[in-house]
Write a protein that binds this ligand. Structure first.
Ligand code: C2E
Ligand code: MG
Ligand code: MG
Length: 643
């Protein structure tokens, strides 16, 4: 004889009870992850355990005749209440985990309470009026409100799925997939339970719990192996929750000073051991709630002190510990130093991404200006950092959307009496920030590497312009394109340049690359030298930009294959203000002519400047006297006017 439905249910329920017990043991045995959603996970487990236990109890009591049908139905009402509660808690968990820390969260909260109220009213009146589901020994019958009762579960399932889909960007894709699959799996289990009247749902939920534990709450995902502290991933979830609650809290960030020297001097093992000790010490400091590792030698400690003086005092205590030696198995008395930076939230940062930006910026500033000391983020100028970030965003957006503009400023040849070339100058018009000067955004793009994509876009745009306007048939022999040393530091960057020229069928003689004298270029690296050599071998000429402005180095002129020297506009202007500057300019031009360079004067703004420069031997002029940098179409009109 086969097993009865009751026996099947008993087996599944007992397995569920074992699963949940094991998971609760793990939960209490492991280090607690400081995430709100992790507490939901525990609740989820407890309710599943209780539902399975209630269901088992109801079955056993009914089978043994200890309760009659009404008694059985009353116990089963508790069971269905537990099931509704599990669905509600699961939906709440999803909202918590997907970081719905905005107005939506409150709406969803009331909505969940409402659903719970409806289901509870149906569940607890059902044993007496049979309006919801009516349980009998081996099955269910739907009551008058059975369809509504079923619909409420469907609404919860749809809500949870919608939250996952809508907020999927807040979490890694595979985690969103796990959450969605767990919902689908639970729905399948629910269907099977309805069809076969075997208690599969709790069992299904316990499997969902297992997979959540493995893929989402596995402590290994949140704990740093080296220090056994919580890692950056955990920190993200933690702070997103803290910011969502809109309560004040403070952060003390520590960055070890010159830690690589500790590693070098005492060995990496000792270095690791010391980092573990620092982490352990921070956890033990009175007033600190939780400590995270942030990067290899940085720590982020969160405390509930609200007063800046208290935070400073706490930092003093921590710094005080660094005035005493640290010990390891092989070495005794190692002195270490740390720079500390204190943040008050939400004053210094009101969300996680701005906190990370502020922390990175403030700690690097603190290391530069107050190494080994305590800095207060609020006293630093974080606004500069924020505006840099805004500009960075604008540049990134413009590159992604292909919205960077390239303008052209004509360069006049005195000898030929035509515009024989032009300089390509990038322009950025952001919808929020308006026009941003390249003087502002180029250095930012250089800092974060965006200059590579920006430079490619500009060169592409110039090549397209040359091809589309058939510049080879005009007086304009070549276009000068600014290139940052950062671009030239890319190994084999010359290949990219050649590839772009070939893509647009542009002859190398139609492009000239301007390189500015900077500290980076003095004693330049092999990579830069190779790129420059290959570019010149290919037939592209080079200009030395802003000559005289910065790191004027004769070595430069003597050893780099420049074709054109562009004299910086400030040197030009100064020559008309200051007698000595006038003489230096004159002799500089003589020297450059003797070396057979083409000389371009930048920033020519007046007729007087133009005439004097021509008299002292400068053949090429660029400046507002002739034209500002203008759009491609405008530029074509300007050059045709002279021609
Ligand atoms: P730069 O290469 O020295 O460019 C010359 C700058 O002087 C341009 O400023 C130009 O508009 C300005 N200028 C030209 N003639 C006059 C004049 O008569 N009077 C005055 N007051 N200014 C004049 P802009 O366009 O603001 O560019 C600033 C700098 O940004 C450039 O200096 C260059 O270093 C950088 N830059 C511009 N476009 C690019 C680019 O596509 N790539 C890279 N890497 N840097 C670029
Ligand atoms: Mg230039
Ligand atoms: Mg220049």
């Amino acid at each position: 004889m086969g097993l009865e439905m009751f026996e099947f249910s008993l087996i599944f329920n007992l397995t569920t009870i074992v699963n949940c017990t094991l998971m609760m043991l793990w939960y209490f045995h492991q280090k607690k992850i400081p995430l709100k959603s992790y507490i939901f996970f525990l609740r989820f487990n407890i309710y599943i355990f209780m539902a399975a236990a209630t269901n088992t109890l109801a079955g056993i009591l009914f089978k043994t005749g200890a309760v009659d049908e009404v008694g059985y139905n009353i116990i089963m009402a508790f069971y269905s209440f537990m099931i509704s509660f599990i669905l509600v808690v699961y939906t709440a968990f999803i909202c918590e985990y997907m970081n719905m820390y905005d107005k939506d969260k409150l709406t969803i909260k009331y909505f969940l309470y409402f659903i719970l109220l409806c289901t509870t009213s149906i569940e607890f009146t059902t044993p007496f009026n049979k309006i919801g589901y009516y349980f009998y020994e081996d099955g269910y019958t739907a009551g008058k409100l059975g369809a509504l009762y079923f619909m409420l579960s469907v609404v919860l399932v749809v809500t949870a799925s919608a939250v996952i889909i809508l907020k999927r960007k807040n979490i890694p894709a595979f985690k969103a997939f796990i959450l969605l699959s767990s919902i689908v799996f639970s729905v399948v289990m629910m269907m099977l339970q309805l069809k076969y009247s075997v208690s599969l749902l709790c069992f299904g939920f316990s499997i969902v719990c297992l997979s959540l534990y493995n893929y989402i709450f596995n402590p290994a995902l949140y704990i740093d192996n080296l220090t056994n502290l919580f890692n950056k991933e955990c920190m993200r979830g933690y702070f997103e929750y803290r910011f969502g609650r809109n309560k004040q809290f403070a952060i003390i960030m520590l960055a070890m000073d010159d830690f690589k020297y500790i590693n070098k001097t005492y060995g990496v093992d000792t270095g690791d051991n010391l980092l573990r000790q620092v982490g352990h010490y921070l956890k033990s400091v009175d007033g600190i709630d939780v400590v995270f590792t942030y990067g290899s030698d940085k720590f982020v400690a969160v405390c509930n002190k609200k007063n800046i003086d208290d935070i400073k005092n706490l930092s003093e205590v921590i710094l005080g510990r660094f005035r005493h030696p640290w010990y390891s198995e092989s070495y005794s008395g190692i002195m270490m130093s740390t720079s500390i930076c204190c943040f008050e939230c939400p004053k210094d940062a009101s969300n996680y991404s701005s906190l990370i930006e502020s922390m990175d910026y403030a700690i690097s500033m603190a290391k530069k200006t107050n190494k080994g000391g305590i800095s207060i983020a609020h006293d630093m100028d974080l606004t500069k950092m924020r505006s840099e970030k805004e500009i960075e965003k604008a540049v990134r957006l413009a590159i992604d959307r292909d919205e960077l503009l390239v303008y052209y400023q004509p360069i006049f040849s005195v000898e030929k009496n035509v515009y024989n070339s032009a300089e390509a100058l990038v322009r950025l018009n952001d919808e929020k920030l308006g026009w941003i000067s390249p003087e502002e955004f180029i250095p930012i793009a250089e800092k974060n590497g965006l200059i590579i994509a920006l430079g490619d876009t500009v060169l592409r745009s110039v090549c397209k312009f040359i091809r589309d306007n058939r510049l080879s048939e005009s007086s304009v022999e070549y276009i000068e394109v600014n290139m940052s040393p950062v671009q030239l530091q890319q190994p084999e960057y010359y290949k990219k340049v050649i590839e772009i020229l070939e893509e647009y069928n542009v002859d190398p003689s139609q492009i000239n690359i301007e390189i500015t004298e900077t500290a980076n270029m003095v004693g330049s690296s092999d990579i830069i030298n190779e790129n420059i050599k290959k570019i010149v071998d290919y037939g592209i000429t080079l200009s030395l930009d802003d000559y005289g402005s910065g790191y004027s180095n004769l070595d430069y002129i003597n050893h780099m294959p420049f074709h054109i020297i562009k004299i910086d506009k400030f040197i030009i202007w100064d020559a008309f203000q200051n007698n000595k500057a006038g003489i230096t300019l004159e002799y500089t031009i003589k020297m450059l002519n003797a070396l057979q360079y083409m000389i371009v004067a930048e920033g020519v703004e007046t007729k007087e400047q133009k005439e004097h420069l021509a008299n002292i031997g400068c053949q090429y002029m660029q400046g507002w006297y002739y034209s500002k940098a203008v759009s491609g179409d405008e530029f074509m009109k300007v050059i045709n006017k002279v021609a």
